[in-house]
Design a protein around this ligand. Structure first.
Ligand code: ADP
Length: 263
């Protein structure tokens, strides 16, 4: 029985991988990597085989967010050439640009090199059998991002934003970019939508409200979920314990479960 319920228009061409989903954002710091790691964790908890490709060269945080310390990338020899072996952390297969020594040399990450390394990560990693491969893209709409999404077998993209108007403007550009290159936009996730009071349960929209809904209506893309601000997301992310695993009854975890059920 296939774990993936939905049929995607775009077909994934990576051997053994059924669905490739990109997670993208207009700008850094909106919670894109947090969202990618928690979607992966929530999918894993529901029984899917999941891989995570951390392609965010500007902030390759996924190893830390999953609790992986220093690790060396292993290369194996196969009939179709040398392949990188992903690391397995908390039942999730992980490959990250953060594990490459060059990551501390920003000039090495200009467009063509970035593109080459990411396509190599997509084509030359021995992922094995996966239901979902999630790709955490670098934020923004530059040349590198466009080349990556044009040439990668991405079945759909999930956009992450915070509710305020400046973030919304950036994600609007992001949506146009994906539509221009023919990658289906599966929906928008609004992060840091509100803070829940620990005493009375009331919700305070710290960064404003309505942005995600407005954007979803304007661009006719579904609003997949609104994730609250939760101190555990930050502390859990720092110590390698994503909230979707570490605090499963939290409102934020419930939103992640709802999101993956819709995928
Ligand atoms: P991006 O990938 O967009 O740059 P990150 O996922 O690295 O953003 O998140 C930036 C910071 O904000 C991290 O410290 C993360 O733990 C924190 N964060 C993200 N989402 C939330 C949230 N809903 N509540 C609390 N902290 C959050």
């Amino acid at each position: 029985i296939s774990w993936c319920k939905k049929t995607y228009i775009q077909v994934c061409t990576i051997p053994g991988v059924r669905i490739t989903l990109a997670v993208s954002s207009g700008k850094g710091g909106v919670g894109k990597s947090t969202t990618a790691v928690n979607i992966a964790a929530a999918l894993k908890l529901q029984g899917a085989k999941v891989g995570l490709l951390d392609a965010d060269v500007y902030g390759p945080n996924l190893p830390q967010m999953l609790g992986l310390g220093q690790a060396d990338i292993q290369v194996i020899h196969t009939a179709t050439g040398d392949k990188f072996l992903p690391l397995e952390v908390q039942g999730i297969k992980l490959m990250s640009v953060g594990l490459l020594a060059e990551v501390n040399r920003p000039l090495a990450w200009r467009g063509p090199v970035l593109h080459k390394i990411i396509t190599q990560f997509l084509q030359d990693v021995e992922w094995g059998e996966l239901d979902y491969l999630l790709i955490d893209l670098p934020p923004g709409t530059g040349d590198a991002q466009i080349t990556i999404i044009q040439e990668s077998p991405i079945c759909g993209v999930i956009l992450v934003t915070t509710p305020q108007q400046v973030a919304i403007a950036d994600v609007r550009r992001n949506i146009y970019m994906f539509r221009q290159v023919g990658v289906p936009v599966l929906g928008i996730i609004e992060n840091m939508s509100y803070l829940i009071c620990g005493d009375c349960g009331s919700r305070t929209p710290i960064f404003g409200s309505g942005g995600g809904e407005q954007l979803a209506a304007e661009l006719q893309a579904p609003l997949l979920g609104q994730i609250p601000i939760d101190p555990y997301i930050c502390s859990g992310g720092d110590i390698g314990n994503p909230i979707a695993i570490g605090d499963r009854t939290s409102p934020a975890s419930e939103v992640f479960v709802k999101i993956v059920t819709a995928l």
